[in-house]
Every structure is written in structure tokens, then in C-alpha cells.
Design a protein around this ligand. Structure first.
Ligand code: ADP
Ligand code: ASP
Ligand code: MG
Length: 433
């Protein structure tokens, strides 16, 4: 008997029929003798629809009210799921994030979990009942309802698994696991059997939304094994666990161990179209300018990703600084920079909404020369221009035009020999929104 936390994403509970289907899976896990905690997302695209609705009321709604609105989506699915399980003769009780003991800081819209106190969940399990928890939400230290950022139900699931010392955290979604690229863009993507926390962190940070970044950070910190799999099939999915060294079987021969050390060189290609680019044009190239610009940007609450500073034009002593940031942070950042335009003495701000970012991730690439050259060559052969580049030990990212992004993902996937020979990856549901 094990304690399992199962999380079902929005596409797995998009209508009454899907909720009944998922309820059967949960009842089976309980009848097999496990203690079962279920985290559930809002039905289908409910969260996006609620965001659209709020946008029709106000261009800048109060964040506190936004959070109360969005948490309603998960409350609908949690109660319906509890009803569906009850109907199958298994006792189930649903809880909001607050009731489940998910305590967060007070940053509305992207609150961080500060503690998990799951007394009521433990009580429910001890009575042999299934506990259903609304994902993506908690309560702040000042007693307000908060949300954890998009994809936050993954984080709820991992945090509960850590807080309850669960044996495994299963993330049920609409694909069979983590693939070498998004199967919606690359039908020939390969399923990955096992991936380390570090590689999954880079994939998630680079836009692979199959797992939320904070969920991976949390899983790594507390050593929670995460099994990403489909709620539509019985197939084994992808295990996210351990470090690169753990993948080596100590009983294997030296030759096999060396091979495992080097393999896989590349884990996957991720893409992200959620960012925009701001260029600060004509910045005087003097000491401390970058520090001042990014102090202002940080003060606006923006999460900066890539930064490029051009070589200054000798004749003018001025330079351009470009950076990328989430679309949602553009408005406040532009306002903050314009407010200090005369102090910083730049000429103008250019805003570019039409960019995409593609990233190649793999722990093995740090010891393999020529990876960047091959990636740039693949984009050249596909006729795709590169606008920005950034690298880490296990990732290379490039910015392209947004309408080149899908082609860039496919070109890189093929250039690194990642295309599967075993047929197409299945996307069971979801709109990809
Ligand atoms: P859920 O509703 O279950 O939370 P999400 O839409 O958040 O599902 O995440 C699953 C989706 O993530 C898949 O349908 C797929 O389009 C996308 N995705 C992006 N990158 C990958 C990847 N490398 N492997 C698998 N899926 C990916
Ligand atoms: N419903 C929320 C979202 O769409 C949380 C989640 O699904 O993980 O982002
Ligand atoms: Mg998700």
C-alpha cells in the first residue's frame, strides 16, 4: 500500500464524461489499497476564459479579485470530481487550497508556497477516504486567497506530495509523458523514459509547459519523484528524478557505465512564445547605465530572461540594450522606463511582440563541442534568422521571429537526430491554449 498524489490537468477533466472517466481511475487506485490524494485543475480552458471575462470588465483588474475569480475554476472541478467518485461507491471529500493547508506569501497571481500544513488531508486519508484538493491556490499570511501562477496545480501536487511524504506524485495530462519536443509541433517527438530534475528545470524554464517550473524546483528541493503520464492511456510515462549520476547502473560494466555517463547528450527542444522584446535605443555607454536600467525594470516587477547589449557606435558613444520578458510584464516595464527617460538619456523604447524562443537542452552537451554550430547551421538551412542567443552549461536558446518558431523547433529536433522511428506521438485532448 502506498500514498499517492495524483494530479489531473484541465484537459483530463474538460467535461462531465471526462470527470467520470478520471473518477474511475481514482476509485481503482483507492480500491487497490492506496491512500489517494487528488489535485485537480480547472475544467478545460476555464482559467483562460475567466481571464478573458475579467479583461472585458477591466483592463487592469485588482489582483486580489483576480485571484478569487481564478480559484473558482478549480473549485468547480474539485466538487464535481468528489461527486463522481462518491457515485462509484468510494468516499471522497474536496478541499480548497486554504482548507488543505497550502500557505503562501501574499504576491497575488504568482504566490510562492511557504508552508504546507495538511491536517485535514491526513484526517481524510485516515478515514479511508479520497482527498480531492483544488490546485493552483492557497491562502496568504494575510489571510487572502492567492494563486500560484499558470500551471500551478502541478506545484500544488508536488508540494502536497512533499508535505505528506508521498511515495510518488503522478501528473496526469493529455500526452504520454515528457517528449523530446512538444508533440503538438513535432509529431515525431520521442518519449523520454527518465529525466533528471536539472534537465527538466531547464526544459520547463525554456517553455515546456508539460510541467510547471516551480513544481520542478519544489520536487528537486524535496526529492519528490514525479511521474508524468497520460490520463487517457495506461502507458508508463516519464520519471523525473535524481541527478545525471543516478542514471548510471552501478552493476553495469565499465563500458556501459561510460556510455550511460555520456548519454543522453540532448534531452529535448523547448519553445516559448510567451515573451516580448524591449530595446532601449541610444543609451549613453557610460558606467552604471545597465545597472540603473535593470534596477528600474526589477522595480516594475518584470522577470527578465535574455539580455543583449550591442557594441557602442564609436561616433556617438551610444549603445542599444535589448531584453526579453513575459508579455504580461511589458506594460508596467515600459511605463517605469519612460518615467526615467530624461535621467537615463536614452532615445526611445522599441517593443517587439512577435518573437519566439527555441531552446536545446541536455546535460551531455557541456562536454560536446560543436553543438552550437550544429544548431545555428540547422536554422540557417531552414532559412531562419537568429536575433538573440544565450547559453548555459546545459542549454542553448535563440530568439527568432514568432512565425518561424515551429519550423525552428522541427529543424533543430531533426538536426540532433531526435526524430522517433516509432511513429507519431499521441495528443489525446486539449486545445493547446
Ligand atoms: P494539463 O492540462 O494536463 O496541465 P498542459 O497543457 O499544461 O496540460 O501540459 C501538457 C501539454 O504540454 C501537452 O499537451 C503538450 O502540448 C505540451 N508540451 C510542451 N512541451 C512538451 C514536451 N516536451 N513533452 C510533452 N508535452 C509538452
Ligand atoms: N488552471 C490553472 C491554469 O490554467 C492551473 C493549472 O491548470 O495548473 O494555469
Ligand atoms: Mg499544466
Amino acid at each position: 500500500m502506498a500514498l499517492v498524489v495524483q494530479k489531473y490537468g484541465g484537459s483530463s477533466v474538460s467535461d462531465a464524461r471526462s470527470i467520470k472517466r478520471v473518477a474511475k481511475r481514482i476509485a481503482e487506485a483507492r480500491r487497490a489499497g492506496n491512500d489517494v490524494v487528488v489535485v485537480v485543475s480547472a475544467m478545460g480552458d476555464t482559467t483562460d476564459e475567466l481571464l478573458d471575462l475579467a479583461g472585458e470588465i477591466s483592463p487592469k483588474p485588482p489582483q486580489r479579485e483576480m485571484d478569487i475569480l481564478l480559484t473558482a475554476g478549480e473549485r468547480i472541478s474539485m466538487s464535481l470530481l468528489a461527486m463522481a467518485i462518491d457515485k462509484l461507491g468510494v468516499k471522497a471529500k474536496s478541499f480548497t487550497g486554504q482548507q488543505a493547508g497550502l500557505l503562501t506569501d501574499a504576491v497575488h497571481g504568482k504566490a510562492r508556497i511557504v508552508d504546507v500544513v495538511p491536517h485535514r488531508i491526513r484526517q481524510t486519508l485516515s478515514k479511508g477516504q479520497v482527498a480531492i484538493v483544488a490546485g493552483f491556490q492557497g491562502v496568504s499570511t494575510s489571510n487572502d486567497v492567492t494563486t500560484l501562477g499558470r500551471g500551478g496545480s502541478d506545484t500544488t501536487a508536488v508540494a502536497l506530495a512533499a508535505g505528506l511524504d508521498a511515495d510518488v506524485c503522478e501528473i496526469y495530462t493529455d500526452v504520454d509523458g515528457i517528449f523530446s519536443a512538444d508533440p503538438r509541433i513535432v509529431p515525431g517527438a520521442r518519449k523520454i523514459d527518465r529525466v533528471t530534475y536539472e534537465e527538466m528545470l531547464e526544459l520547463a524554464a525554456s517553455g515546456a509547459k508539460v510541467l510547471a517550473l516551480r513544481a520542478v524546483e519544489y520536487a528537486r528541493r524535496y526529492g519528490v519523484p514525479v511521474h508524468v503520464r497520460s490520463s487517457f492511456s495506461g502507458k508508463t510515462g516519464t520519471l523525473v528524478a535524481g541527478t545525471h549520476g543516478d542514471l548510471i547502473d552501478p552493476n553495469a560494466s565499465t563500458g556501459e557505465q561510460e556510455e550511460a555517463m555520456e548519454d543522453p547528450i540532448i534531452s529535448g527542444v523547448a519553445h516559448d512564445s510567451s515573451e516580448a522584446k524591449i530595446t532601449v535605443v541610444g543609451v549613453p555607454d557610460t558606467l552604471g547605465q545597465a545597472a540603473r536600467i535593470f534596477e528600474v525594470v526589477a522595480g516594475a516587477g518584470a522577470n527578465i530572461d535574455m539580455i543583449v547589449q550591442n557594441v557602442s557606435v564609436a561616433a556617438t558613444g551610444r549603445t542599444d540594450i535589448s531584453f526579453t520578458l513575459p508579455h504580461g510584464d511589458v506594460r508596467s516595464t515600459v511605463a517605469a522606463l519612460n518615467a526615467v527617460k530624461s535621467e537615463l538619456k536614452f532615445d526611445e523604447l522599441q517593443i517587439d511582440d512577435e518573437i519566439g524562443k527555441v531552446s536545446l537542452v541536455g546535460a551531455g552537451m557541456k562536454s560536446h563541442p560543436g553543438i552550437s554550430a550544429r544548431l545555428f547551421g540547422a536554422l540557417r538551412d531552414a532559412g531562419i534568422n537568429i536575433e538573440m542567443i544565450s547559453t548555459s552549461e546545459i542549454r542553448i536558446s535563440v530568439v527568432t521571429r514568432a512565425d518561424n518558431l515551429d519550423d525552428a523547433v522541427r529543424a533543430i529536433h531533426t538536426a540532433f537526430g531526435l526524430d522517433s522511428s516509432e511513429g507519431e506521438a499521441v495528443v489525446y485532448a486539449g486545445t493547446g491554449r
